[in-house]
Design a binder for this molecule. Sequence first.
Ligand SMILES: [Fe+2]
Ligand SMILES: [Fe+2]
Length: 472
Amino acid sequence: MISAEKIPNNVGLSSNKRLQRALEHWQPAYIQWWKDMGPQGFQDYHQVYVRTAVSVDAAGWAHFEYVRLPEYRWGIFLADPVHDRRIGFGDFMGQPVWQEVPGEFRNQLRRLIVTQGDTEPASVEQQRWLGQRCPSLYDLRNLFQVNVEEGRHLWAMVYLLHSYFGRDGRDEAEELLARQSGNRDKPRILDAFNEPIDNWLDFFMFTMFTDRDGKSQLLSLSESSLDPLSRTTRFMLTEEAHHMFVGETGVARILERTCQLTRTAGFSGDVRKVGGIDLPTIQKFINLWFSLSLDLHGNEISTNAASYFANGLKGRAYEDKWDDHRVTETTYELEVSQEGKLERRHIPMRTAMNEVLRDWYVSDCQAGVTRWNRILERHGFSDRLRLPDRKFNRGIGMFSSLHFDPDGHPLSDEQWARRKDEWLPSPHDRDYLLSIMNEPVYEAGKFANYIAPPPRGIKGLPVHFEYVRTEA
Ligand SMILES: [Fe+2]
Ligand SMILES: [Fe+2]
């Protein structure tokens, strides 16, 4: 028996016997998955200072305490309902939102929820070895905070599957624990979630760029006509903001340290000689994780995206800010490749909804890169970081069969093969990063040489606070 209090929630779990029974079956499998596939080496004897969401108001979801990771209280929360909420876009605009899943959209909605749900445990799996190479207890704690919240996001999607999709939903919830990131036979659904994350530069870039794709998707799902989906994703967005904070500030602290070390090395010297991470390597990791995360937004021209929009299942980021919510007349101008030549073409706007979301995503990423460049500027460096062209290194969409350099210039297969290590992390770069991350830093207040301490600690605590402690 699971008691409802063990699962903090605002969905009336204790009075919903059917849901409680479904979760009773699923929860032990989840805990087993967490122990097998979650943070390795930190399950039994460590206490982590994390926040647990215990309600959706500001006081409730910022509840901090030491917990052992497998005892984290993964909760189920919906953002408060909006009174008389109406469908905000597409063919059913103006009608009341749905509290149940309409039969005709059941498959599409299930697919959207399962695809989103699959990314949540995947990222925990990708990050499971990082604790053994952490640059500080502060960072270790942030890693685990992200991990437990991704676990909670899985709960959020499983709640929807169990509540609204009957037997199919229960089967899908089990499958979400059966697929594994990078597994050859049963991989995660989306490619970026099968990529290994074995060093902390990967981790920070992932939380900067791939968690920001999470924000793209959650923003568009929070517009959904299916009200429970809208409400659960709206609450998930508050957690996503923290994940991107971890990524952006993690890279910022590496940049800060790189600038300091470069000065020590006498500018012309190789910063790797003094244990730092050089700017070209940082740029390569931007190129990699940005391009992988662009892929997550799907094909440029997509009839699925058009139908999600028409049916009100998935909107645009901040749908309110647009003037036209039906989008039946307008077109979108897109760069396409036609017989080896790039040209611009107008396509019906609804079929370009993936690209519209990608536009939002690119500008949100750009703002972050601009903030990083201020650090270089402040230290008197003339180098700048940048986002590669969106045709670079694509695995999905119309540019995936072609090659481009980071400026968007076409390359032959041979040129690409010869030069790609200039733009993407090479095995040599990865070996170097592992070599400086080999010794984890578990002493409170100490930081690995390649990263600067944060300006402040968590929740008003000092930077040297023992954010992860070993049980006596
Ligand atoms: Fe998530
Ligand atoms: Fe996230």
